[in-house]
Write a new protein. Sequence first.
Length: 427
Amino acid sequence: MNATSRRLLKSRNQTILIGLICFAIPGMYNALNTMGGGGQVDPSAASKANTALYATFAIFGLFGGGIINLFSLRIPLFLSGLTYVLYTGSYIYYNATFKPFFTIFSGQGMMVTSYPLEKEKGHFISIFWIIFSLGGVIGSIIPLAVGLGDKPLPNSGYAAFMIIQTIGSFMCLALIPPHKVIRSDNTNVIVESKQNTLNEIVEVLKLFKNKHMIYFSLIGFTSNFFYSYIFNHYNLPNFSADSRGFNNLIYYISGIIGSYLIGFLLDFKTSRKRKAYISSIGIWCLFNIMWALTYIQQRKMKTRRENINFNFFNYKTSGVSYIWPCMIFAIFGLLDAFYQNYVYWIIGSFSNNSNILSRYIGFCKFLQAIGACISWAIDAGGMEPNTQLFINWGMIVLTLPGMIMLSKNTKESSEPSLSSEKDVECD
């Protein structure tokens, strides 16, 4: 085995590769969504598309871990990556015809894996999320470079997204099967013996009575729920198209900063239970403060839009009045990174077995997809922005009991034998 192949087997390098794949594929998708309306002036097609996408994602997300366990990583992720290319390409069709049907039924994908030691989980998740967020940064530069003004993203912009996503899809073929990956202490990743399809289905269905997943359910549900509000009701109607692209850039840069900070906290040398309590309560408090500030700002922006002389906030011409509305959007990027890193870390604390973690993450994606599907459906249905805001805020309030219970049940180590970990999965 040559030196390049040996380096590729290292868990850290595989994590970087996974981050680069997500940089290129869902990172570009996220850049489109944060623009509001998927880069269109009219958000209805994107909201309907995301409703259909996440409904599909819920099904494939639930069984995604089982699919990975049965067929390994390369081919499922390669094929899933290509569906993102299809989704982005559908907007070229929409630009030409203004018919949303092709877009609504396009796209779904998933990516799951985690290889660190217990003391490194915050750091590895942070590395992944930083690289992933860089996809949003680069993707946000595209509409700025194209120079939208107040027009929808042109075909050339979507084509640039598609090229990057296609490259990311082919990068999936360089992923190494989990049992060959070497962790930083030179041990191999823990993998169960090969499962058959029936066993995988049974193990996935058992998650519905797993106490960890029950406590986690509302946390997973809410972690992607607020996107439709912040992108389509905060960013889209209040900022010019090029300023929305600029906001995206600030959003994802904030996400990179947030990932670094939360990664440092989650690997801090103190008890894992204490870190679980601090991160849970801290994130819960910060989100509640943020929703209160957003409500105040939304009322001001609504009054502003009702003015006959209304002008979109523009980062080039609005001066100091642009700073605070943009800062709110940026802080949501910071908190989004906190929440997503926390979600992966708390799941990673349940086990070190890659098969079990793939099922847990698949179940998490199932919950996230259901939440996102409902959120985008509400948006497509035209629900009043204030109502959407209070639904988001109320659900964050209700996550506290689950966070406390997960923190209370956090163990200092998940390093027992494989048979013991199977018992944990069925609690």
